[in-house]
Write a protein that binds this ligand. Structure first.
Ligand code: GLN
Length: 308
């Protein structure tokens, strides 16, 4: 890693801070709408154990759809390739909470990162674990090597109380036989998983196995190399929903975003980057966090398409 990484991140944070006025905080639940929108943080974790931070990189925020990465990894550990009979691998080109493709495609969601796909993954975990949200949390603790992460109970409650659309998606898929458990139990687990709170530093460190071909630094194997590369492929093509093409164009890296304002990016073989700022664009992706990762990639030359 370059020696002046601290300076680079400080400059990126200063610039990103000027972008925090644009866009709007997710307001579909009151618990998220209350967050201070002027915050920005960024963390870069290296496979060599290094960690570089700027802004509020240690402050926990609602990881929301970034949790879909951990749930998918856990489900793949348990189910292997059988999972792909119930979830597709194509970008949807639709918003994360869209229902439109589900009827035509007979209850098989386009990919594991749209809500429909994540609900199927949660259903898989519900069949495997008595407390699936606990299983996701404990999995994150194992990845981090410490038990510092928790579900924000208020966000989870609020999310569950406003889950009409996810409930509709789940019922619809159940009518096609692609949801095995009870919709209520799947929604409980899904809403709790979305309400996990983590900092940029924690998210970058917990996801290093995605840069490490399936292994955490100094840790045991999490996933086999092929499955890990496939998750990265899905992040590149589907991780930012209907902005995935634009993100791939701007950053050249696999990313996963959440409506809490977090964006996680993977530089295979090298590092992970997590940036956070609460205000979102129309596709539900953080404006300042996306700009920060784009600038980081441009200034360091990291890209999965070559460079450096
Ligand atoms: N909890 C959110 C939802 O289900 C997650 C969406 C997101 O982060 N894109 O609508």
């Amino acid at each position: 890693m370059p020696l002046n990484f601290d300076k680079l991140l400080a400059a990126i944070a200063r610039h990103a801070q000027t972008l925090t006025d644009a866009g709007a905080v997710a307001d579909y639940i009151p618990a998220l709408a209350r967050v201070d929108p002027s915050q920005f943080g960024i963390a870069v974790a290296g496979l060599d154990g290094s960690l570089y931070c700027a802004g509020v990189a240690q402050r926990a925020f609602s990881i929301q759809s970034i949790s879909k990465l951990f749930a998918l990894t856990l489900a793949l550990q348990r189910e292997g390739d059988a999972l792909w009979q119930r979830v597709g691998r194509e970008p949807s080109g639709t918003p994360f909470n869209s229902l439109v493709l589900l009827e035509r495609e007979r209850g098989i969601p386009r990919n594991p990162f749209v809500n429909a796909g994540a609900l199927v993954i949660t259903d898989v975990l519900c069949q495997r674990y008595l407390q699936p949200e606990r299983a996701v949390l404990e999995f994150i603790h194992r990845l981090l090597g410490r038990s510092t992460v928790a579900v924000d109970a208020e966000v989870a409650r609020s999310e569950r109380a406003h889950s009409d659309r996810n409930s509709a998606i789940a019922h619809f898929m159940r009518s096609f036989g692609n949801l095995r458990g009870q919709v209520g139990a799947v929604l409980d687990a899904y809403c709790a998983q979305c309400a996990i709170a983590m900092s940029c530093a924690e998210l970058a460190q917990a996801s290093l196995f995605l840069a490490g071909d399936g292994c955490q630094p100094r840790g045991a194997r999490v996933l086999d190399p092929q499955a890990t590369r496939r998750i990265n492929a899905l992040m590149l093509t589907c991780g930012a929903y209907d902005a995935a093409g634009d993100f791939a164009f701007r950053m050249g890296l696999p990313t996963k975003t959440g409506v809490g304002g977090g964006i996680l990016a993977v530089v295979p073989g090298r590092m992970t980057i997590c940036a956070w700022s609460p205000r979102l664009d129309a596709t539900g992706n953080s404006i300042a966090a996306a700009a920060a990762i784009e600038r980081f990639a441009a200034e360091t030359g990291v890209s999965i398409f070559g460079g450096e």
